[in-house]
Ligand binder design. Structure first.
Ligand code: CP
Length: 341
């Protein structure tokens, strides 16, 4: 296991290959541990995990809460609609309120990209020992989703001993609304770090060609890339070109709530051009798995038949893997030696 040095987890751009393997290895060990009852692990006994979801979630919030409980942490959730946000309290002050109540970890989701970083900065200025885990912020990042997708793919290619090596040289097609997707951005960092080539596919209005250079420079605030050689990024605008190359395909949700302009006018045409069906997958020429981070617009990104076909579609596995991955993240963050210890 690497020397874990991520005080907060805000994105995957700063992860080394050893970091990815630490998370995968630990999640794989946690996968078989009972989630309820007397046999669950006492690793986080006495710790408090607060889930501050300012934006809706089903999978991420529930699986972080289940992961925390599986490690015997106490969990405090927060409901924006009935909170003091309506009285003008800011998200940062809301977070600091939970810190004052003793939270060891804050899991933050917000529709603005800067909020988890701003909360982490506020904590660091006060020498607080509380950690921030980004549960999805705006268009920026969804690190735990990127990690559970990586683990799901590595486990698909090698069920007994999944690791980053399984992705080396693979070609992963990500199809859909790349422009608005924090999941795509996190997956691009993790997959290219592990040596996979990422093929982005979608309509030009949802796939700017600037994505080709997405990993060329370290992101703001990071001096250098922790990965020596990344996989390539290719942009293709048709499934007919993309699918024959694929070792796996990940479809993304059309984020209608984030589309301020008329970037897409015809959902039926979108499904015909970019929706995945059993028929379209014949273009792969062999059996390839299909992933989707959820929630799925059934019949748009994936046909209903394909979504329900568990021999191809790994959506349920992704949801299941979300719990051990989030257990691993909570464990690594809370066991990391703090500057105050
Ligand atoms: N994949 C994902 O983030 O789903 P939720 O919005 O349900 O958490």
């Amino acid at each position: 296991m690497s020397n874990w040095n991520h005080r907060h987890i805000l994105d995957l751009a700063a992860f080394s290959i050893a970091d990815f393997d630490s998370v995968i290895e630990l999640a794989h060990r946690f996968r078989s541990i009972p989630k309820t009852g007397a046999r669950r692990l006492p690793a986080l006994q006495g710790r408090l995990v607060a889930t501050l979801f300012f934006e809706p979630s089903t999978r991420t919030r529930s699986s972080f809460e289940l992961a925390a409980k599986s490690l015997s942490a106490d969990v405090q959730s927060f409901t924006p609609a009935t909170s003091s946000l309506s009285k003008g309290e800011t998200p940062v002050d809301t977070a600091l309120t939970y810190v004052a109540m003793g939270a060891d970890v804050l899991v933050i989701r917000h529709n603005s990209s800067s909020i988890p970083q701003r909360i982490a900065n506020a904590l660091d200025q006060t020498n607080s020992n509380t950690r921030v885990l980004n549960g999805g912020d705006g268009l920026h990042s969804h690190p735990s989703q990127g990690l559970l997708d990586l683990y799901t793919l590595a486990s698909h290619f090698n069920p007994q001993k999944p690791s980053s090596k399984e992705l080396n040289g693979k070609k992963i097609v990500i199809v859909g609304d790349i422009l608005h997707s924090r999941v795509a951005r996190s997956n691009i960092w993790s997959l290219t770090a592990c040596g996979a080539d990422v093929i982005l596919c979608g309509p030009p209005s949802l796939l700017p060609d600037t994505f080709k250079a997405f990993v060329d420079e370290p992101p703001p605030g990071q001096k250098k890339d922790p990965v020596k050689k990344r996989g390539d990024i290719k942009i293709l605008y048709s499934l007919e070109e993309a699918l024959p190359e694929a070792d796996a395909v990940m479809a993304l949700r059309l984020q209608k709530e984030r589309m301020s302009q008329n970037l897409l006018t015809d959902l039926d045409q979108y499904h015909l051009d970019y929706g995945l069906t059993h028929h379209q997958l014949k273009l792969c020429g062999r059996h390839v798995p299909v992933l989707h981070p959820g929630p799925v617009n059934r019949g748009i990104e994936l046909s209903g038949d394909l979504l329900d076909d568990k021999s191809i579609c790994l959506v349920d596995k992704q949801v299941q893997n979300g719990i051990p991955i989030r257990m691993a993240l909570l464990y690594l963050m809370t066991k990391m030696k703090s500057a105050l210890d």
